[in-house]
Design a protein around this ligand. Structure first.
Ligand SMILES: NC(=O)c1ccc[n+]([C@@H]2O[C@H](COP(=O)([O-])OP(=O)(O)OC[C@H]3O[C@@H](n4cnc5c(N)ncnc54)[C@H](OP(=O)(O)O)[C@@H]3O)[C@@H](O)[C@H]2O)c1
Length: 313
């Protein structure tokens, strides 16, 4: 099948991609909408008329975005969500799972943090980036089904190049912890999750996509050290040459995944620069690796994720 493309590209902004879309009467949840590209994603969806649930663990920051959206004539409210605690995810789903949900944007993320664990004992990056969102999405399936046409966007990263999901030691219990590899694995999981979610629930009207937003200067890099930069081959000279996207450009592919009509009838795809990515492309910061879109790995990851959550429930 040929790649799905759009008239947009690297430079396009979320507002440009969203132009002409009317989301009146639709509801959207954006996780991690308290910083970086999550804020712009939520803001743009609200501009189109969606009622946006600003999901975040920093409620003051979430309230401040709600105030900004409502001051601009949009509709939004904030609900607390800490993806590092499955009980918080359940409380969020209890509060937000009763009404039809048209868009679920699983955007929150943490990158290359020191070795830490979630409340339920998962390695932090796989716990927050993947398992927290996995649990959230499954709890919200009735609301997504009730929308009779919903999309779920899983914000992944070209960081998936740094690690295929490791079913043998997913929480680094036997092998030394490597912050960038852990991030890579969790971002591979984000892409695989979209593949299997789409396969399982397309008959319920739920389509799923994963997204590489681009390189954007946000708080995501808060744990990056000189040593980790060196591991990525980034020295001060090469760092100065990196072409970053703005936050407005960095949220464009997410908004396309949520709204793009070119994607109608499709699902399970990994998108970047507002187009479907090229499979197997060897670029350092582009293309999708086979281990992030393999249907068998995706099915295996789903079973592993269910079992992981059942074990601590
Ligand atoms: N920036 C890039 O270059 C880039 C590249 C590729 C992919 N991405 C992906 O894009 C997404 C958004 O990243 P960003 O660049 O906008 O980073 P950011 O500015 O650090 O925003 C991340 C968001 O995730 C939230 N978050 C972190 N841990 C959480 C938890 N336990 N529970 C709930 N929310 C949590 C953060 O909340 P707090 O503010 O409370 O920490 C924040 O709202 C991430 O999934 C990231 O992997 C970014």
């Amino acid at each position: 099948m040929s790649r799905i493309t759009s008239s947009f590209g690297w430079k396009s902004t979320a507002a440009e991609v969203a132009e002409g879309h009317d989301l009146s009467g639709r509801r959207a949840i954006v996780t991690g909408a308290t910083s970086g590209i999550g804020i712009e994603t939520a803001r743009v969806l609200a501009t189109c008329g969606a009622h946006v649930v600003v999901a975040g663990r920093d409620l003051a920051a979430a309230d401040s975005l709600v105030a900004q959206i409502t001051a601009a004539g949009g509709a939004a409210h904030a609900t607390a969500l800490d993806l590092a605690d499955l009980r918080s995810v359940e409380a969020f789903a209890d509060a937000e799972g009763e009404t039809p949900l048209h868009l679920l944007i699983n955007n929150a993320g943490i990158m290359a943090c020191p070795f830490m664990h979630t409340e339920q004992g998962f390695e932090m990056q796989v716990g927050v980036n993947h398992l927290g969102h996995f649990h959230l999405t499954r709890l919200l399936l009735p609301a997504l089904t009730a929308a009779r046409g919903a999309r779920v966007v899983s914000v992944s990263s070209s960081g998936h190049h740094w690690g295929a999901f490791d079913f043998d030691d997913p929480h680094f219990e036997r092998t030394p912890y490597e912050p960038l590899v852990a991030y890579g694995r969790s971002k591979s999981a984000n892409a695989l999750f979209a593949v299997e979610l789409d396969r399982r629930h397309r008959a319920d009207g739920i389509r799923a996509f994963s997204v590489m937003p681009g390189g954007i200067v946000t708080k995501l890099g808060r744990h990056m050290t000189d040593d980790l930069r060196k591991q990525l081959g980034i020295d001060p000279e090469s760092a100065a040459k990196i072409r970053w996207k703005s936050v407005e450009q960095g949220s464009a592919t997410t908004v396309w995944a949520a709204l793009g009509t070119e994607l109608d009838g499709a699902g399970g795809l990994y998108l970047e620069d507002v187009n479907e990515a090229v499979p197997g492309e060897p670029g350092r910061y582009n293309g999708v690796k086979p281990w992030a879109i393999d249907p068998e790995l995706a099915a295996r990851l789903w079973d592993w994720s269910e079992a992981s959550i059942d074990a601590v429930s």
